[in-house]
Every structure is written in structure tokens, then in C-alpha cells.
Write a protein that binds this ligand. Structure first.
Ligand code: BEZ
Length: 406
């Protein structure tokens, strides 16, 4: 008997009892929806995992603790950003804890394992970060959703920025796993289309932070720009080491906004002069984003970042889906159709999603990190759409030029 049958059965039993004169038992509590967070709570991505959970819980709390009329209950697994443990970890949530919905994760490699397990077990999965292109491409299914981005998206935008700024020779540097590879490939694709050339692609194993030998190689290569994908604790160390080696004085450092989001305070002056591109920025200054930022800061005594927004939006997606099926998670096609149709009122701006989505029309903001950090440009752009492309319509702020420092 599924949960919906259980509910109907309980209601009928209560009615019969009343009819024959016995005191009716108190109406059974509607079973809760069990959400399984599989996120990194330790390691280089720990802060990202916590921000996602905070954002998710904030939205649910704003709805009085219920989505689609069902109370939400949480169970958690620390995935440690460790792909080799991912299948076991996700199966703890699916098989041991019997979760209705999986939410996770940050690391693309772990997210890919989650997507496979979700597909095999037909469990709803909402990915609130992990950008592996395949998750919303070939691996996508009627039960799989993502509230974030594909690794290609912000990377491609930065390749355009770098080429438009006149750079000809770039070096890329990253961790050697799906996110790093897809991000640096996205940068290369746009940069080379714009007339530049990636002359060296450097990498190190995740989550290593021994950057010195690679920084020496960058200094010897003398590129016009460096494009780096790192995030969390590793991004703090990389940006500090880059500045510590004096490279920031001669070779501008570019990257997706993960290089600075949630890490800027810890990077301090080392982040001066960097350029980043992302689908969210804390200076949006829209009523929706301001309300979100205030609520988050009041609740957690922390400033939100892109990861918190993605967690918040994951909860919104779940709410939309559950409402459409009256809390019955077994109705996967109806659940998915509702999410697909909806305009999500994200702090990033109203957004829509589409089935099997990897490349998209989206607004990416380019920011230069200076003494008075500011937006330097934002543009709604239409990227080449391959089969399975995504759409996200974000608020569009126009600035005259990409990449013009102010
Ligand atoms: C990823 O593994 O997909 C990822 C991790 C951190 C930030 C962005 C992407």
C-alpha cells in the first residue's frame, strides 16, 4: 500500500467507526514527506553543503514547515564529496531511510552517482548544485531535477568575456574531475571561438591544494589570463597562493563565480582584480533578493551565497511539484510537469526550467572584484542549444560592455 492508499484507507475506517456509534479515533496524522539531504558536511565543500541545507530549510519554514500540505521531515548523510562512497551513501537514504525525495549534492562526481541511484529506484532527486552536464542531459529522467546550473554555463560566459577583453593566450587550472573538466572546456570553447587559444590545461587531483608547482608553470608560460575552477576551501587557498606568488600583478585571474562565492571574505585582498561570471550575485538589489537575504541573515546570522539560493530554489521546486500532486510523490509525471510549467520566484529572478537541460539562455553577471566591488556587466544571452538545453529567465540588468572595470 502506498502512502496515498494508506491515507484514504484511514479516512474510510474513521467514517465507519462513527456510523456504528463508536467514538471515532483521532484522524491519523498525514505521513510526513521524508527529504534525504546528501550533502558535504565535512571537507573542502562543507560550507557549500551547509548553505544549501540552510536555504532549503528557510523556504520550508517560510511555508510553515509544510510543502503540498505535507509536513517535511529531514534525514542527512555527509557525502564527504567522495565519489567512491557515493553509491553506498545514497542507498542508505533510499533503502534504509526510505526517503521520498533526495536532495544533493555539491560535487559533480557524487551527484552523478546519486542520479544513477535515483533513476534505478525511481526516487525523486533535486540537485541543488552539482553541475555535471550529463545530469540534465543523457542521465535526466522524469524524477530528476536541478535547481542550479550546468558546469558549461558560467564557464562559457567567461570565455566570451576573456576573448572580448582582447586576451589571446590563456592557461586553465582546475581539479581533475567532472566539474573542473567541464568548466575549463566551456571556457575554452567560447575563448577559442572568440579568437583566443588555451595554451596549457593544468590540473591536480581533487581536493588537493598543492598549487606551487603549477603556479611556477603559469609564471613560466606567461599567458594573458588564467581561468581557474575551484570552490569552497580550495578556492580560498588557490586565490591566496596566486596572489602570494605575485601572479595577480601581471596575469588577471578569471573564473566562474564559485571561485569567490562564499569565499571572498576569507580571500581578502588576494581577490582584488579578479573577474568572475555567475548566475547569481549578492548585489542584485531586487525586492525579492533583498527579502531573501534579510530572512537568511536573520535566521542563520550568516550572509547567503549562490549555494543558499540553489537550496532555497530546490525547496521551491519540491513545493511546486508536491502541490500539483497533493503530496503524492508517486505521481512522477504530474510532479515533473508542474515543475516544468512553473515560473519559480527565485531570489535570482523568475526562472523556468525545461526538460533535459544543459545549455541555456540565462543571465550571467560578470563581476570585477575591486576595492569597491561592483557589477561590471550582465547580459541575458542565448547560448547554442543542444538537445536537452535549459532555460532560466533571470532579471536582466544592462551594462554597456562586458568586462569593463568600474
Ligand atoms: C561541482 O562539482 O559540480 C561543483 C562544485 C562546487 C561548485 C560548483 C560546481
Amino acid at each position: 500500500m502506498n502512502r496515498r492508499n494508506l491515507l484514504l484507507g484511514t479516512a474510510l475506517c474513521a467514517g465507519t467507526a462513527a456510523l456504528i456509534g463508536f467514538a471515532a479515533p483521532a484522524p491519523a496524522q498525514s505521513p510526513k514527506i521524508k527529504v534525504g539531504f546528501m550533502l558535504p558536511y565535512t571537507g573542502t565543500y562543507a560550507a557549500l553543503g551547509n548553505a544549501i541545507e540552510n536555504g532549503f530549510r528557510l523556504y520550508v519554514d517560510e511555508q510553515g514547515g509544510k510543502l503540498g500540505g505535507r509536513e517535511i521531515e529531514y534525514v542527512k548523510v555527509d557525502d564527504e564529496s567522495e565519489p567512491s562512497k557515493a553509491t553506498d551513501n545514497v542507498n542508505k537514504l533510499i533503502k534504509r531511510d526510505n526517503v521520498d525525495v533526495l536532495v544533493g549534492t555539491v560535487h559533480s562526481g557524487v551527484a552523478l552517482a546519486m542520479a544513477k541511484a535515483a533513476k534505478d529506484s525511481n526516487t525523486i532527486l533535486i540537485v541543488p548544485n552539482g553541475g555535471a552536464d550529463a545530469i540534465t542531459g543523457p542521465m535526466c529522467g522524469v524524477n530528476i531535477f536541478r535547481s542550479s546550473f550546468s558546469n558549461w554555463q558560467p564557464a562559457y560566459a567567461m570565455g566570451e568575456v576573456a576573448a572580448k577583453k582582447g586576451a589571446k593566450k590563456a592557461v586553465t587550472i582546475t581539479w581533475n574531475y567532472a566539474a573542473g573538466t567541464e568548466s575549463t572546456n566551456g571556457f575554452k570553447e567560447a575563448f577559442e571561438k572568440g579568437g583566443g587559444s588555451v595554451v596549457k590545461a593544468l590540473n591536480l587531483p581533487f581536493p588537493g591544494v598543492e598549487f606551487q608547482a603549477l603556479l611556477t608553470e603559469i609564471a613560466a608560460t606567461k599567458p594573458d589570463v588564467v581561468y581557474a575552477f575551484f570552490a569552497g576551501g580550495g578556492a580560498v587557498k588557490f586565490v591566496k597562493d596566486y596572489a602570494g606568488a605575485g601572479l595577480n600583478r601581471s596575469i588577471p585571474l578569471y573564473g566562474p563565480g564559485f571561485l569567490t562565492d562564499g569565499t571572498l571574505d576569507a580571500q581578502g585582498d588576494a581577490a582584488q582584480g579578479m573577474f568572475t561570471t555567475l548566475h547569481y550575485a549578492d548585489g542584485l538589489n531586487t525586492p525579492r533578493d533583498n527579502a531573501f537575504r534579510l530572512a537568511y541573515a536573520k535566521t542563520y546570522k550568516l550572509q547567503p551565497d549562490v549555494y543558499a539560493v540553489q537550496g532555497y530554489d530546490a525547496a521551491q521546486m519540491l513545493g511546486i511539484g508536491l502541490k500539483a500532486v497533493n503530496g503524492d510523490v508517486t505521481k512522477k509525471p504530474e510532479f515533473a510537469a508542474a515543475i516544468e510549467k512553473a515560473k519559480i520566484d527565485s531570489p535570482r529572478g523568475r526562472s523556468r526550467s525545461a526538460r533535459r537541460t544543459t545549455r541555456c539562455r540565462t543571465s550571467i553577471c560578470a563581476r570585477w572584484w575591486g576595492k569597491r566591488t561592483s557589477w561590471t556587466g550582465s547580459r541575458s544571452r542565448r547560448s547554442p542549444i543542444r538537445p536537452g538545453a535549459a532555460r532560466a529567465d533571470l532579471p536582466h540588468r544592462s551594462f554597456p560592455l562586458w568586462g569593463k572595470e568600474r
